[in-house]
Design a binder for this molecule. Structure first.
Ligand SMILES: Nc1nc2c(ncn2[C@@H]2O[C@H](COP(=O)(O)OP(=O)(O)OP(=O)(O)O)[C@@H](O)[C@H]2O)c(=O)[nH]1
Length: 377
């Protein structure tokens, strides 16, 4: 999953994160149940005499291990699918817990496993302790898994008064685990909220670093990222990509005659006017520096770009800019070009359009010049 695909809403993020954590954290667990059973069986008094149980339970835990590996996350992040996946995963975990709980209960009762009771009990304690820190995302399901691990063993122990000490100790530890689970659960969800905050903060910083603070258009850094990737896409798909470069004419005069604040206002109005004319969602509007702007338009022919650029220029002439109670006349020079797949590189394309802009300036300003491919030859 790419960074951009990670859900940004708390509910969706929590669901997705829980599923990912469940998947990664429960994969190895199946192995420990199998291993613990092989120890309990292998070190018992006569494992060969009990080979059907050894083999049968070995296969059972082996099967749950395989199921955990095979049960992969859905490729779509549809909440219903994720919820369904989590339900199945918990069922698998509960099944393994119950199977182990019953194994322990049986081992405690069967004399053949007298020598390995301690291994079984220690394993139960280890599994339940691991659960508290690993599966705290869902308190109820985790508590049920711990209960399934413990209850059969506790019932077994309660059948014989001689086991009272063990019974009390395990019950005490069981209640401690439930308390610890509460804390782990709070920590887990606290960490998720924090993680989401960090992701959002990073998003905000990322946006800020790509945005010109005065006009709220993309900045030069954004252009440097976008331009090569849009050119590459146009090259790959043999699609059209248009670039318009705009430079306000004699902007220095605005600053000199009306002050820097009026100049800033003009730049903001200019950007707003760009948004009104270059309106397609796929258009990228950028301030490349000072009073120079750019528009990248994917899937746009030279004729379409030319017509939009010209209407923008006309718009400036006819409407001027309202700044500090007066209308300032302002014009711009524009260079317009379209990427030629197979003939252009990103650099040559930009240079052609930049040359056209230069030509518009050099031949009197307030005009639009087309960057024909021939002009680069
Ligand atoms: N107010 C304001 N002025 C800026 C900003 N960035 C650049 N400028 C000014 O823009 C002016 C650009 O001047 P020039 O490069 O000579 O361009 P021009 O006066 O527009 O002349 P031509 O482009 O040749 O038509 C300078 O006076 C800069 O100080 C800004 O963010 N705010």
């Amino acid at each position: 999953m790419t960074d951009a695909e990670i859900p940004r809403q708390l509910d969706a993020f929590t669901l997705w994160r829980e599923a990912v954590d469940m998947r990664s954290r429960s994969r190895l667990g199946g192995f420990y149940y199998l291993f613990a059973w092989l120890l309990v069986w292998g070190f018992s008094a006569a494992p060969m005499a009990n080979w059907p149980a050894g083999l049968g339970l070995g296969l059972l835990f082996g099967l749950t291990l395989a199921l955990r590996w095979l049960h992969d996350l859905p490729t779509s992040h549809d909440p219903d699918l994720l919820r369904h996946w989590m339900k199945r995963r918990w069922q698998l975990i509960h099944f393994t817990s119950l199977a182990w709980g019953l194994v322990q209960a049986w081992v405690l009762l069967d004399e053949a496993y007298r020598d390995t009771r301690l291994i079984a009990t220690l394993s139960t304690i280890a599994f339940s302790t691991a659960m508290v820190s690993t599966f705290a995302m869902n308190r109820r399901c985790c508590a049920l898994a711990i209960l399934l691990l413990y209850l059969p063993g506790l019932i077994s122990l309660s059948r014989d008064d001689g086991n009272l000490g063990e019974l009390v100790t395990l019950t005490f530890y069981f209640s401690y685990l439930l308390l610890a689970l509460n804390r782990s659960h709070t920590d887990y969800h606290g960490n998720l909220a924090l993680e989401l905050q960090l992701i959002e903060q990073r998003d905000r910083l990322d946006t800020l670093s790509r945005t010109d603070s005065l006009t709220q258009l993309g900045n030069r850094y954004q252009f440097n990222n976008l331009f090569p990737s849009m050119v590459a896409a146009a090259q790959r798909q043999r699609g059209s990509l248009a670039l318009v470069l705009l430079d306000i004419d004699y902007f220095k005069h605005v600053n000199d005659n009306f002050g820097h604040t009026a100049g800033d206002l003009c730049l903001q109005h200019f950007a707003e006017r760009m948004r009104q004319v270059f309106r397609r969602d796929s258009d990228a509007l950028l301030r490349l520096g000072g009073e120079e702007f750019g528009v990248l338009m994917p899937d746009t022919s030279l004729e379409q770009a030319q017509s939009l650029a010209e209407s923008f220029r006309q718009n400036l002439i006819h409407r001027g800019f309202e700044v500090q109670g007066r209308t300032l006349p302002l014009t711009a020079s524009l260079g317009v070009g379209c990427f030629e797949p197979g003939q252009d590189s990103a650099e040559s394309f930009f240079k052609r359009v930049d040359d056209a802009l230069y030509k518009a300036k050099a031949t009197g300003r307030d005009r639009m010049v087309l960057a024909s491919y021939a002009s680069a030859q």
